[in-house]
Design a protein around this ligand. Structure first.
Ligand SMILES: [Zn+2]
Length: 452
């Protein structure tokens, strides 16, 4: 009799315990579900660094377009992990910011394709062994060319010459124009074209096929500043500026610089497919008022190869893609080998000191063993899809250089400050041609029928 009474007293306690058990079980199950969800989110995100691009910056370079990343399929399984890592870290970037966009595994890399979408990636598989075959590309390295001859060491080599800037009536808006008193004005775009024409003739004599990307002081770009109104408005807005002066400056710049270089690249990449592009420039130091320019005692030369993307540049989806095309085509090997000849030849011909970048680390890398040879990311040396040598000899507002520019082009030599000198254009052109001639003689198989 007693026992049932006792049991009956226990019923509420058992009930309470059961309720507690169910609640606790449910709670544990809920926690477990949350943990699993968190883990799977982490796994999904794991190869990606989720740091967004700095502030509200654009994810594309000026006038850039979202690339078709499947193009990189051409180079699946063609580069080894070690070659990829070396080129990425030692040549093509300036710091570790690439880790935000590229994760390197032993046998593949995961690359972010669209920074505005955290999950958008491309997988590039590495080759397990170094291949003897050339990677997929529209140009020939010196080693891939059929034999040349002693007289025509450049036979069959396709070279595009890009005379920097536009010159002529456009020199003033390009800010590549200055004038001292009544003397003829200095226009960089005219000077590069004059030099390009001399180089062209000399290279044809050595057997090369030469294409002048610009043959007059007119833009290659069919668009004008008005056509860039929308792009300039968007650019100014992204910088938090909406004043008409800023918008108009960007409209101009997009026409004569960004749009012009992009149009030149379109023609080079689609129509000419050269083995090499030579970008010709004359350097300058800040001259201030173009009608009362500051003259300088400084004078120097340097030669640029492509690479050294800054943290802001690698954040742009299109620049990152273009860098990968360069890496996968192995452009650097050819650029460096020829760049050494260029820097040494310019140094010898011009007797100029090598230019030294101040605070180089953030935007330029030196090729340490060769004075005057540097790596930098410029629009022109990035978007031409072949090796590019970018030349920057002479400071135009140096006193002696200015005097030589005033003398114009001439054959033979003239006495300048006690020294017989070629025209500045021929000195420049000859240095370029000497370097190319020697480079192909040294690296190419030279057919020699006489056996002498
Ligand atoms: Zn220039």
């Amino acid at each position: 009799m007693l026992a049932p009474n006792h049991s009956r007293k226990l019923y509420p306690i058992i009930g309470l315990l059961l309720v507690l058990l169910i609640v606790a079980g449910g709670y544990i199950a809920l926690l477990e579900m949350q943990r699993k969800a968190a883990t799977s989110a982490q796994q999904k995100e794991e190869p990606l660094i989720t740091t967004p691009p700095e502030s509200q910056e654009a994810t594309l370079a000026d006038l850039g377009e979202q690339p078709d990343w499947t193009t990189l399929d051409l180079w699946q399984d063609t580069i080894t992990h070690d070659d990829f890592y070396y080129l990425l870290t030692e040549i093509y970037t300036t710091d570790n910011t690439w880790k935000r966009y590229i994760t390197i595994h032993p046998d593949h890399a995961i690359i972010r394709t669209d920074t505005s979408k955290p999950g958008a990636t491309y997988r590039l598989n590495f080759a397990s062994v170094i291949s003897e075959a050339s990677p997929n590309r529209n140009w020939n390295s010196v080693g891939e060319l059929p034999p040349g001859t002693k007289d025509k060491p450049l036979a069959g080599v396709h070279i595009a010459i890009d005379p920097g800037h536009i010159g002529g009536d456009y020199a003033k808006i390009e800010a590549r124009w200055f004038q001292i008193g009544d003397s003829p004005p200095v226009k960089e775009g005219d000077m590069t074209l004059l030099t390009a024409k001399i180089i062209k003739d000399e290279l044809i004599n050595l057997g090369a096929k030469v294409y002048l990307i610009r043959g007059s002081n007119q833009p290659v770009n069919p668009r004008r500043a008005d056509d860039y109104r929308e792009a300039a408005l968007a650019k100014a807005a992204s910088l938090g500026k909406t004043d008409e002066e800023t918008v108009s400056q960007y409209q101009q710049k997009f026409f004569y610089r960004t749009g012009e270089i992009r149009e030149r690249a379109r023609r080079v990449n689609l129509a000419f497919n050269p083995d090499l592009v030579l970008c010709l420039h004359f350097n300058a130091e800040a001259w201030g008022d173009p009608l009362r320019p500051t003259l300088t005692e400084n004078n120097h030369f340097h030669v640029l190869l492509h690479g050294a993307l800054t943290r802001r540049e690698i954040a742009h989806d299109d620049e990152r893609f273009e860098m990968l095309v360069k890496i996968l085509q192995r452009s650097h090997e050819e650029e460096k080998a020829l760049g050494i000849y260029m820097a040494q030849s310019l140094s010898k011909a011009t007797k100029l000191p090598a230019y030294q970048y101040l605070n180089a680390a953030s935007r330029a890398r030196p090729i340490k063993e060769i004075p005057g040879l540097w790596i930098r990311n410029l629009l022109a040396n990035r978007i031409y899809q072949c090796p590019v040598i970018f030349l920057e000899p002479y400071v135009m507002n140096n006193k002696q250089v200015h005097e030589r520019i005033q003398l114009g082009d001439y054959k033979e030599t003239k006495m300048i400050q006690g020294e017989e000198k070629k025209s500045i254009y021929r000195e420049y052109a000859d240095a370029v041609v000497v370097a190319l001639r020697q480079y192909y003689l040294d690296y190419r198989i030279i057919y020699n029928p006489e056996g002498s």
